[in-house]
Design a protein around this ligand. Structure first.
Ligand code: 6PG
Length: 244
């Protein structure tokens, strides 16, 4: 159905992708600021924080990052991106998980949901938080956030944040935004690069198969955009290819 399909923006390589991602993020930010005076954005881990640094910082290579092998998405975003924002430009308000509750993932999820409730005022009128933008990665199995293929967590309808104790990707114990929160965002952008993504991109876009990334595509339609390099989408059929 034209108009309801996700957008695909494919580029020769990551250095060609990042300026377009930057423009897209700035337009989402401007829309958020116009709508409610703030820009509410959530960011996943993996290779994304590094790509965001390339997209958003004037000179991302000025400060070297010691390591990006960490189980903490916050530590990753902090070292790759936040620590490199010039002090004069100010810092965003960031809500990492509260490590005090790491031993109890349900409590950790509840505490994080409370943090979101503080920002989005869950109640009679607000059934779901509406982020201005979710910036996500796509795993080689089609997972996104900590929403894994075939996992019962995909059926969660009430919670905004949920624990997972059996993540197939380490670490096994995590918390995640739930699928309805993801699909309710004003805009959702996936960044997927490299030939290693080709097979799963084919499955997500040509088959669907209930893969978490495909479920986001189906629910969000044209509110969802994919930023890829050509290697990741070589030979993949897309209903809607855009140009930026
Ligand atoms: O929590 C995690 O384990 C990661 O954040 C993960 O969900 C990541 O976003 C995808 O696996 C894609 O990672 P890449 O972009 O590095 O392929």
């Amino acid at each position: 159905m034209p108009g309801k399909q996700p957008n695909l923006f494919a580029f020769n390589d990551v250095s060609a992708l990042t300026p377009a991602l930057r423009s897209y993020i700035i337009s989402c930010q401007n829309a958020g600021l116009t709508r409610h005076g703030v820009f509410k954005v959530a960011v996943s881990g993996g290779s994304l924080p590094k790509t965001l640094a390339e997209a958003l910082l004037a000179s991302p290579s000025l400060k070297k990052t010691s390591s990006n092998s960490t189980n903490s998405n916050y530590a990753l975003v902090k070292s790759e991106l936040l620590d490199k924002i010039p002090v004069a430009q100010g810092q965003p308000v960031v809500h990492p998980i509260d490590v005090e509750y790491l031993e109890d993932t349900q409590e950790l999820a509840d505490q994080y949901e409370k943090t979101l409730v503080g920002s989005f005022a869950k109640g009679d009128s607000v059934k779901l938080p509406i982020f201005d933008l979710l910036l996500l990665g796509a795993g080689p199995d089609g997972h996104t956030c900590s929403l894994f293929p075939g996992h019962p967590l995909l059926r969660e309808t009430d919670a905004w944040v949920a624990p997972i104790e059996d993540s197939p990707k380490p670490p096994p114990r995590r918390i995640t935004l739930t699928l309805p929160v993801v699909t309710h965002a004003v805009r959702i952008a996936f960044v997927a690069t490299g030939a290693g993504k080709k097979e799963i991109m084919k499955e997500i876009f040509e088959v669907g198969n209930g893969l978490p990334c495909a479920l986001v595509n189906e629910a969000a339609g044209d509110r969802c955009s994919w930023f890829t390099d050509n290697a990741a989408v070589d030979g993949v059929q897309f209903p809607r290819r855009g140009f930026l």
